[in-house]
Design a protein around this ligand. Structure first.
Ligand code: SF4
Length: 403
């Protein structure tokens, strides 16, 4: 429901949706816009021409784009993030007080859910925000990464860490030993996440089974964990279950395993193919072979599970570029992707402390420039052939990840 009004000569728009409340206050230059979940957490803000996004862990990213210029992105420190939350809260509190006193005129009274949204947002002051972040860290081990279409998921950590942890370009789980939770421990975690989210659960769209590759868990241990998810959450109402399956040197699931998982609500699996070239995969110390990914994707598709396939642009630099493009096209074309699937092009991000940086130095690799990485993506895309509807093709920038 949309409510329009005026406050102090400023046009006001209040959108009360089932999942969030959005409050827009026009000013002479541009509108300030704030969205909150129904626990009162700031979700997004547009303030002074800068777009902000707050994660459940309290981290906040700011993005600004000037006309004709590239977009700038900056992660705020915790004090800056708190001050943005407080600036938003003050405006929202001022507007709500004006609505209640009749100083702000609305074309229709706020619905009860709208009043609740305002009151929860106003109550979420700096102390409450800090307590919320502390509660988050009680509930979660650090959430390393999610696919971009899963940033609004409910993450449930059925496992912790990565069972491989060998890939030289990946540091997400380096200091976290892999382990599989027992059903009782996982049940306690799933309940704690639900308590933590509170009424903010309405903003969450799916359930993502973490961490890196929860689906490597053998079926006899995986199915009881999925039963726990169904005990605690309405999986269908939340849009199904999603997970990574990364690295294929371990136990392989059959098409009938995937059918069983589809019955349990598994909707899409994200597969880190990285490259179709075996030599490059070996250089990256990625477990398994490209054909393992192809076979796994085909088995999932046969079971009615969609996939998100991730390709690492720039991997192996100039040395591997031609083979990377050629064999990645071959591997993707063999997967039988369709309109249900997503193909992600993720640019290699190399920090100096990654083993990849050391290996690339010793191998004398000349890296691809950002422009060359984009061209690599276009070359791969150009070679793809799909029998029916094409999958969605998107960028995946791991530096933008926020949960
Ligand atoms: S298998 Fe995936 S999560 Fe594990 S180290 Fe490799 S890229 Fe990282």
């Amino acid at each position: 429901m949309i409510t329009l009004g005026r406050w102090d000569a400023r046009p006001v728009t209040i959108s009360v949706k089932l999942n969030c409340i959005t409050i827009s206050l026009d000013n002479p230059k541009e509108a300030d816009v704030f969205s909150y979940d129904y626990a009162g957490r700031l979700w997004t803000a547009f303030l002074g021409g800068i777009a902000y996004r707050r994660g459940l862990d309290g981290k906040m990213v700011a993005k600004r784009r000037e006309a004709g210029e590239a977009r700038e992105r900056r992660w705020l420190d915790r004090d800056e993030a708190l001050s943005i939350e407080e600036r938003a809260r003050q405006q929202v509190a001022g507007l709500y007080a004006a609505i209640q006193s009749g100083v702000a005129q609305l074309n229709t009274p706020l619905p009860p859910r709208g009043c609740t949204g305002f009151e929860r947002a106003i109550a979420f002051d700096m102390a409450r925000s800090q307590a919320d972040v502390a509660a988050y860290h009680q509930v979660y081990q650090p959430v390393g990464i999610l696919p971009p279409d899963q940033y609004m998921a409910v993450v449930l950590q059925a496992t912790e860490g990565c069972s491989f942890n060998t890939c030289t370009f990946c540091s997400f789980y380096k200091n976290r030993p892999f382990r599989i939770k027992q059903p009782d421990e996982f049940r306690a975690h799933a309940c704690a996440v639900k308590d933590f989210l509170g009424d903010g659960l309405s903003l969450r769209r799916t359930i993502f089974l973490g961490d890196a590759n929860a689906l490597v868990v053998p079926m006899p241990r995986l199915l009881p964990l999925l039963d726990v998810v169904h005990e605690v959450y309405n999986v269908a109402a939340l849009g199904g279950l999603y997970a990574f399956l990364d690295g294929f040197s371990g136990e392989k699931k059959t098409a009938s395993d995937y059918r069983r998982l589809a019955q349990q609500g598994l909707t899409r699996v994200y597969v880190g193919l990285e490259s179709g070239n075996e030599d490059l995969l070996a250089f990256l110390k990625k477990p398994g072979q490209a054909d393992d990914s192809v076979q796994a994707v085909r088995a999932m598709k046969a079971a009615g599970i969609a996939v998100g396939v991730i390709v690492l642009l720039g991997a192996g630099g100039q040395t591997y570029a031609e083979a990377h493009v050629r064999d990645t096209i071959r591997a993707i074309n063999a997967m039988g992707l369709d309109g249900e699937d997503i193909l992600y092009f993720s640019e290699l991000v190399v920090d100096d402390d990654l083993p990849y940086a050391r290996d690339a130095y010793h191998a004398g690799l000349k890296p691809l420039s950002p422009a060359e990485r984009l061209v690599q993506g276009e070359l791969i895309e150009h070679g793809l052939r799909f029998a029916g509807e094409s999958p969605q093709i998107s960028r995946y920038d791991i530096r933008e990840f926020i949960y």
